[in-house]
Write a protein that binds this ligand. Structure first.
Ligand SMILES: NC(=O)c1ccc[n+]([C@@H]2O[C@H](COP(=O)([O-])OP(=O)(O)OC[C@H]3O[C@@H](n4cnc5c(N)ncnc54)[C@H](OP(=O)(O)O)[C@@H]3O)[C@@H](O)[C@H]2O)c1
Length: 223
């Protein structure tokens, strides 16, 4: 399958939450943000789920160097017309990945604002495998997946993630409604899980940044 190399990037608490139950996701300090912005400038595209846009109103730009293409996974084309990913840096391309069921009115309005629409599948949710192929065809070879928890599950459970870079901030936030690094239905058994190999660990500011490669299924037994 043709797909970009996908790096899942997140900052989380020691208890694995990427936001508090109120939606506060500020786990990185200034030094860690610098690392994130550098990574953004080294990839061809950054991708997030629609809830992350609705919650954080992220611009998804890099502070220094080249800013990548921005991709929002948004089945129903609910991205607000005044979202910063649309209004800030209109010179950068923003792709909204929708399904064929998305509102035509919303699509028209987003296109008028300069967004590019990619229809990926006819189901309830965006077909992520098809989306990866379409992004590859548009020249995206390295993609940074910046959450949130539900999109992380969608990508991990389909075997579409190659690497993880996780900043662990020395805090515990708790909360059963707080979004975890990976949401979704989860695997039934540990033997079915996504297996990782730790390839680097580094202190950046107050965070510990762990880099993992995702092991292909064939290599898992050898671990
Ligand atoms: N600390 C960090 O590093 C970090 C990074 C990013 C986000 N966050 C936090 O994460 C929270 C949002 O996470 P979230 O899990 O609620 O939402 P999310 O992953 O940002 O977005 C999930 C939504 O994406 C859409 N989607 C479309 N196709 C999908 C597919 N195949 N698989 C999965 N999702 C698909 C669905 O909405 P539709 O059905 O409407 O399309 C789904 O509800 C926010 O509070 C944000 O602050 C933290």
């Amino acid at each position: 399958m043709k797909k970009p190399y996908v790096i899942l990037s997140a900052a989380m608490s020691v208890d694995g939450k990427i936001a508090t139950h109120r939606g506060d996701s500020s786990f990185s300090d200034e030094e860690d943000w610098k690392r994130v912005h550098k990574l953004r400038s080294q990839v061809d595209a950054i991708m997030v789920g629609i809830n992350t846009i609705l919650r954080d109103d992220s611009k998804l730009t890099a502070k220094e160097g080249k800013s990548p293409l921005r991709v929002i996974v948004d089945s129903k084309a609910r991205t607000p017309l005044n979202a910063r990913v649309i209004t800030v840096r209109p010179d950068l391309e923003t792709i909204i990945a929708v399904t064929s069921k998305a509102s035509k009115k919303n699509i028209d309005e987003l296109q008028k604002k300069g967004a590019k629409i990619l229809v990926s599948g006819d189901g309830e949710k965006v077909d992520l495998e098809l989306l990866m192929e379409k992004l590859f065809d548009l020249g995206v070879r390295k993609l940074m997946l910046e959450g949130g928890g539900n999109l992380n599950w969608g990508m991990l459970s389909k075997g579409l993630v190659d690497e993880l870079r996780i900043a662990i901030s020395p805090v515990i936030v708790g909360g059963k409604e707080a979004v975890s690094l990976v949401e979704g239905e989860g695997f039934n058994r540990v033997s079915e899980s996504v297996n990782l190999k730790l390839i680097n660990n580094k202190k950046v500011g107050k965070c510990l940044v762990l880099t993992f490669k995702v092991l292909p299924k064939s290599e898992r037994k050898k671990q």
